[in-house]
Design a protein around this ligand. Structure first.
Ligand SMILES: [Zn+2]
Length: 365
């Protein structure tokens, strides 16, 4: 892009040098150094920059919550205030709402599945506000469903699978939805909260499976197969913990599955299922919940390093967000400055001092 004199002076006006930060580079913390924010991206030239003395605080890439739902601008503000600079929406019914929440300067940046595909009888089909075309009954309807979502601008496809007999889409519909999404170059995220639904998601060719089984932990053999198939899991332990407590099912099954998947080498992404949906078993607060999720992932057996990667570099990689997830020149200036060392104690991510969304600075009060 050609830089006009006018644009250049604007960039200089928006240049900030963060001095004395220890940078999480995806592996470890750097020695204290300077990071330049140049307009909306990470820069290299500190000349003319406003200097912020960070006093050795830790700079993380902006956190990514890989499973949220959206309601209003306040959901974005709460995400941002807790250092979540990217939110991956896994079903929002109103296109007008979604359009109004995309690309707002200084707030959390979103991607969305738009309308999720449901079977005729599952719990999700009974949520208020679910549009009729979310219910997919046969393979032909599945292809139309995907065509419509692609035309609407869905970034990926979301399908809610249920165990056989539980009212979800049958296997032929899951297969057709997945094949059609792949033909359009879209990734497929399948909701599965039990091992039978996990099996259906795998048979359909899901790229990502979200939630963790509450009936029993996945075996080492099953986890190894998920790894060999190249699938990615967003376990949403925060949601599974809440659902298990509300319904008397086993949270240990969920954490046991995460441990098995992680040991098998399956990429695990941090996602919370943040929602304020009436009628769901458990509501999850936007923003704060991601820090709880990181703590639950560590309790389930991830290292603090793997937990941080689960909320930064890995979701960026697996959702094709090439412009974020790390702190490198040219990438979006999505950053979180925290007190304390989250590699030593994951709870340090909660001590958010300052957040930058696309270079726009915000200090939560
Ligand atoms: Zn969800």
């Amino acid at each position: 892009m050609a830089i006009t004199p006018h644009a250049q002076s604007d960039a200089e006006a928006g240049r900030t040098a963060l001095r004395d930060v220890r940078v999480f580079d995806g592996r470890e913390l750097s020695p204290p150094r300077t990071v330049v924010i140049d307009g909306g991206v990470i820069g290299t030239d500190a000349s003319g920059a406003r200097v912020v003395e960070a006093g050795g605080a830790v700079l993380l890439p902006g956190l990514i919550d890989a499973h949220i739902h959206l309601y209003d601008r306040d959901s974005l503000r709460r995400l941002r205030d807790h250092g979540v600079t990217t939110g991956l929406d896994m079903a929002t019914w109103s296109l007008e709402l979604l359009a109004s929440l995309r690309g707002i300067p200084g707030l959390t940046d979103i991607r969305s599945a738009g309308t999720a595909a449901l079977g005729p009888g599952g719990q999700h089909a009974k949520f208020p506000g679910v549009p009729a075309d979310a219910i997919v009954l046969d393979p032909e309807q599945a292809r139309r469903f995907v065509d419509t979502r692609v035309a609407e601008g869905s970034d990926y496809l979301k399908i809610v699978a249920e165990a056989p007999g539980q009212g979800g889409p049958d296997q032929s519909v899951l297969d057709a939805l997945t094949a059609a999404a792949h033909a359009h170059g879209r990734k497929v995220v399948v909701h599965a909260t039990n091992t039978d639904a996990y099996s259906m998601a795998r048979a359909a060719g899901a790229d990502l499976i979200t939630h963790a089984p509450l009936d029993r932990p996945l075996s080492a053999e099953e986890a190894a197969a998920v790894a060999a198939e190249g699938r990615v899991v967003i376990p949403t332990l925060t949601m599974m913990e809440g659902v298990a407590a509300a319904t008397g099912r086993s949270f240990a099954a969920a954490t046991g599955s995460v441990a098995a998947l992680h040991r098998a080498g399956v990429p695990i992404l941090a996602g919370t299922d943040a929602n304020s949906q009436p009628g769901v078993p458990f509501q999850v607060a936007h923003g704060e919940s991601l820090h709880h999720e990181l703590e639950l992932l560590v309790a389930a057996g991830l290292s603090t390093l793997d937990a941080l990667r689960a909320a930064t570099v890995l979701p960026a990689r697996h959702f094709g967000l090439d412009d974020r997830g790390a702190i490198e020149p040219g990438l979006r200036a999505d950053l979180v400055l925290v007190d304390g060392d989250p590699l030593a104690d994951i709870r340090a991510t909660r001590a958010v001092r300052t957040v930058w969304c696309g270079g726009v600075e915000h200090s939560p009060t």
